[in-house]
Design a protein around this ligand. Structure first.
Ligand code: ADP
Ligand code: NI
Length: 218
């Protein structure tokens, strides 16, 4: 199968898997991550095709979104084999999408990603910050019953992987301090770091305004 047809098939696979998602990992997220992957890939010495395929597929095996991660991975491997990806390509793609999530960077053992993986990770993480990031955090927090803000609950300094998934004491505002404001410093590529500067400021301005209004000072 030609690469263009492979990409088309991959796109349809993702639509079938995430088309009905309402957790903030829907097709709009995928579309932005793919577009950002292409934008960053133009500035970095990477294989754009591999990066774009991984961008499309990166959330189709996510532990939060599928019932059985191993089955989802097996199904994806089989699908890629059927549309003529080589074993090497499949290994490369699976390595990227199983190792790139933010949760994997917690507990002090951040996986080493390929150059293509670093680009897709940056594209995915950029979608968690800035204006879109603010909306996604609120959307996620609302869906999971988080409180908006509680000044008596301090942000957790060293977030473990277990803490990250423990939402019982989480507030939407604390999520900015525990994760979102840290993303800028964790990005891989110079291109993404540059894009993150404006988005960081948008979040800082938002938090500042929020707190002013919270105290009725604004
Ligand atoms: P990853 O898969 O990279 O670990 P997630 O899938 O957990 O990231 O996050 C998806 C989106 O939901 C992101 O925009 C993230 O910031 C947001 N999110 C994750 N956890 C929380 C939380 N506790 N409160 C608010 N938003 C959250
Ligand atoms: Ni994602």
């Amino acid at each position: 199968m030609e690469p263009a047809a492979q990409l088309d098939a991959v796109k349809h696979y993702t639509i079938q898997k995430l088309g009905t998602d309402l957790t903030g990992h829907g097709l709009d997220h995928i579309r932005r991550v793919v577009k950002m992957t292409k934008r960053i890939a133009q500035e970095e010495p990477v294989d754009e095709f591999t990066a774009v395929v991984a961008a499309y597929l990166h959330d189709t095996i996510d532990e939060k979104l599928v019932m059985n991660v191993k089955e989802a991975q097996d199904e994806l491997r089989e699908f890629l084999r059927k549309i003529d990806f080589t074993q090497d390509q499949i290994t490369t793609i699976m390595e990227i999408i199983t190792q790139m999530s933010f949760a994997k960077t917690l507990d002090g053992d951040r996986p080493t990603l390929s150059a293509e993986g670093q680009v897709v990770q940056d594209a995915d993480w950029l979608d968690a910050i800035g204006g879109i990031g603010i909306v996604r955090a609120i959307y996620f927090g609302g869906k999971h019953g988080e409180r908006i803000y509680d000044p008596t609950i301090k942000p957790r300094e060293q977030l473990s992987r277990q803490d990250y998934r423990d939402l019982s004491h989480e507030t939407i505002i604390n999520h900015f301090y525990e994760k979102l404001l840290k993303i800028k410093g964790l990005l891989n590529t110079a291109t993404a770091k540059k894009i993150a500067e404006h988005r960081q400021q948008v979040m800082l301005d938002f938090l500042d305004e929020f707190k002013q209004e919270w105290d009725s000072n604004a």
